[in-house]
Each structure stands twice: as C-alpha cells, then as structure tokens.
Design a binder for this molecule. Structure first.
Ligand SMILES: Cc1cc2nc3c(=O)[nH]c(=O)nc-3n(C[C@H](O)[C@H](O)[C@H](O)COP(=O)(O)O)c2cc1C
Length: 187
C-alpha cells in the first residue's frame, strides 16, 4: 500500500450548511456556518465555530441567544450569499422571511428546520470562537415530515465539503443501510 502525506489542514469532512441567525442593533443578521455539530444529546447542546471577526459574534455575545437554520438545496444561492457578505458591509436583515419563537433569536421561514438556542459557553481559540448552545426549541416544516418524523430525503439539505481549493455544495446521496444494525451479523 502506498500512502502520500497531505497538507496538514486538509479536511475530508462533509459538513452541514447552517445559517446562524442573530440580532444586531435590533435587526436580524444571518451568516453561513459549516463548522457545526451536536455535542450533547440530553439536553441537546450544539457547537458552532465562528471567526472572532464576524459581526455574528457581537450578536451572540450581546444577546446570549442565536438560531440555527437548515436550508434545502433550493436556497443554495442565498445560503452562499450570507456566507460571502458580512453584515458589516450589507444589511442582510431582509434576505429571508423571519419568524420568532420563545427566545428573541431570529429564525428563517424558508428553511425547513430551525432551532433557537441559548448560549452556554464560549471557548476562545486563536481565530475562531466555539459557541456551545443549548437548543430551546426545534421547528420543522410540515412538508418534510413522513410518519411524524423529519425525512432526510424531503429535507434535501445542503452538504458542504471544504477540501482546500475546491469548496463545494452537495446534496445527500442514496441511503446505503440502517445504522446500529448492519454490523450485527458479525457479532
Ligand atoms: C461555504 C462557507 C462556509 C462557511 N463556514 C463558516 C464557519 O463555519 N465559521 C465561520 O466563522 N465562518 C464561516 N463562513 C464565513 C461567514 O459566513 C462569512 O464570513 C460571513 O460573511 C460572516 O457574516 P457576518 O460578518 O455578518 O457575521 C463560511 C462561508 C462560506 C461561503
């Protein structure tokens, strides 16, 4: 077998495309974040990693709340837009239709899944801050449900791969098996 060494920063991860919603000067602001993951099951705690220079950080620090919004493929252009345009340079408050739940975190009506979260902790790293947020409420569009459960096929989420030099958006492919099950035959 021959292996070659890659650039140490190479990442093979497929990441979710999540639009973070915050409030800045009483207006909604949205930014794309792909460094996002669940880190605790009960209670549900999520982490998003946000560059310390982004305007979004001000909203998170000032209000202690934020939203995570999961766009479908049809929103890919606007998703990219809020990833390449800072609220410091353009007003992004009316890019999407906004709704509010229990907290004052702005959520995006066009996104099929939304969460409002309260900040639990901010971990500072050299260029990014890791925000740990506890999900207060999760909302799903009725049309993505099958048998009362969110259906991955209907969600048609935007997947991101950031392999250096070829950042790209994808959609989820075919299901190839049932997890926690396929390996049982080898037990
Ligand atoms: C594909 C893509 C993925 C991104 N992922 C992140 C991320 O995980 N964390 C981050 O801090 N910025 C990320 N960004 C950059 C921000 O979305 C971007 O700088 C945005 O303009 C910040 O907006 P704000 O200044 O209004 O907060 C990403 C941008 C793109 C295009």
């Amino acid at each position: 077998m021959s292996k070659i060494k890659l650039d140490q920063r190479f990442s093979p991860y497929q990441m979710p495309s999540v639009i973070i919603g915050t409030t800045i000067d009483d207006k909604p602001n949205f930014m794309l974040c792909t460094w996002a993951s669940r880190v605790n099951r009960t209670p549900p705690i999520w982490m998003v990693s946000i560059n310390r220079k982004h305007l979004t950080m001000n909203g998170i620090r000032d209000n202690g709340i934020f939203s995570m919004n999961f766009p479908s493929a049809d929103l890919v252009e606007m998703t990219d837009y809020v990833g390449i345009t800072s609220g410091r340079d353009a007003d992004k408050s009316s890019v999407f239709k906004v709704f509010y739940g229990e907290t004052k975190a702005p959520m995006i009506e066009e996104c099929v899944l939304n969460m409002e979260l309260e900040v639990e902790e901010i971990i500072e790293r050299p260029d990014h801050f890791i925000i740990l947020g506890r999900s207060v409420n999760t909302y799903a569009d009725q049309q993505i449900m099958t048998d009362n459960k969110p259906d991955i096929r209907k969600m048609n989420q935007i997947v991101y791969t950031g392999a250096e030099g070829q950042p790209s958006y994808w959609v989820v492919g075919e299901k190839i098996g049932d997890a926690f099950s396929l390996g049982k035959k080898f037990k």
